[in-house]
Design a protein around this ligand. Sequence first.
Ligand SMILES: NC(=O)c1ccc[n+]([C@@H]2O[C@H](COP(=O)([O-])OP(=O)(O)OC[C@H]3O[C@@H](n4cnc5c(N)ncnc54)[C@H](O)[C@@H]3O)[C@@H](O)[C@H]2O)c1
Length: 450
Amino acid sequence: MRVTVVGMGRVGLTTAIALEHLGHEVAAVDRDKRLVGTLRRGELPFHEPGLASLWRNTRIAPVTALSPQHLNADILLIAVGTPGLPDGRADVSAVEGAAREIGQLAPDKADIVIAIKSTVPPGTTGRVQDLIDAELRQRGVTARIGTASNPEFLREGCALSDTLYPDRIVIGASESNAAVRLLELYAPIIRQQFSPPEGTPRPAGYTAAPVVQVRPVEAELTKYAANAFLATKLSFVNELANLAEELGADIEAVTAAIGHDPRIGPHYMKAGPGWGGPCLGKDARALLSTAADKGLHLSVVEAAVNANARQRQHLVERLEAALGTCRGATIGILGLSFKANTDDVSDSPALDVASLLLARGATVRCYDPMSEEKAQRERPDLAIQYQDSVDELSQGCDALMVMTDWAEFKELPWAKLANLMRGRTILDAKNILDRCLMEQAGFTYLGVGR
Ligand SMILES: NC(=O)c1ccc[n+]([C@@H]2O[C@H](COP(=O)([O-])OP(=O)(O)OC[C@H]3O[C@@H](n4cnc5c(N)ncnc54)[C@H](O)[C@@H]3O)[C@@H](O)[C@H]2O)c1
């Protein structure tokens, strides 16, 4: 099929690369000139496993503006950003802008389905249809343009794998033509009829992608509901972890035990520094705003958001209790990205913790194998000392904090690092280290909920 993807961020680019791998003819548009320049040089603007090698051999040549030719495709996917506004609402201006452009540029007799992959408030797909129809009417053009909601559930760090082997594909279409076309687009994924790209193998036992067909408003709400639920689950575990600390219990033992109950499940139950990243917080707040517009208060979701902010504070208080005071202390933070295998520092717990430590008078050093540049750009206001190696970071530190679960942090020469430090405290906010080994290396070990 001929597909146009609008928006070449993590979602649009991963989708475009995956669809080309499946054999579709893909065109790509992003209004960011610098980004398009980077992509046209064969480079990627971010780290995401498996994408670079496919992109080096791509035939996709992104451009900076949508043209009528892009609307002669079978499907156009809108994957533009929907950042949070200061009041929590999702900023859908890029989605609506793309819709207007589609209506202004569609050639007479165009026959295309517009699917919205961006995370948008319920009702947006209907509004996009109205905006397109209004532009077409004004121009007197008789194009057949249908719309659908097709929310994206990929996780950064395994975006390509999630795209090719998804938990489910949600299609929210109000008319059958749009649904049929999306089913055809994803048929190779649904039936798993493609050769896995090198480095992104098909998971053992994975034979087909489940498809959920609903109405647009249900597809849109599904995306928000999924992220709000995940946020709530983690906030619940983190609050329980704080209680476990007081009781002398190990949260990992407790979550393993409750996870055996199939109604609870073992996944996404890891206590830590609080959730972060570009989606969970933004989407939870957008859901709260959507509910508020309808006169409803989603108190559980609100509590999850508030508990998450407290969790970051709690970590700093825990460290301060161990050190006596943060004032004058030198703290080394290991990891800046919100999780491993991505260089994304959006809503990063590490940067928040750094900010809280600086406010308490600590000197803060940070090391991350991949995200230092992005962190400096995200928070230029923070007087963080960025270091090139873990050795440099540890030199003269009073305490270390592990804030990202990078695999390399599990295998560090801890005894040597302890000797470089002034103090010996380590707060393992991701619970990735072994207490006994850390104590043998000379550390006073603190985990989360342990
Ligand atoms: N990043 C994730 O992990 C993830 C996962 C699932 C869903 N989502 C959702 O998918 C959407 C995209 O996310 P992302 O992380 O890829 O966003 P992003 O901000 O990284 O990228 C969006 C891109 O769209 C471009 N753009 C904006 N308006 C445009 C227009 N009118 N025409 C052409 N290009 C335009 C921007 O220049 C930018 O490069 C968001 O709604 C997000 O919430 C993101």
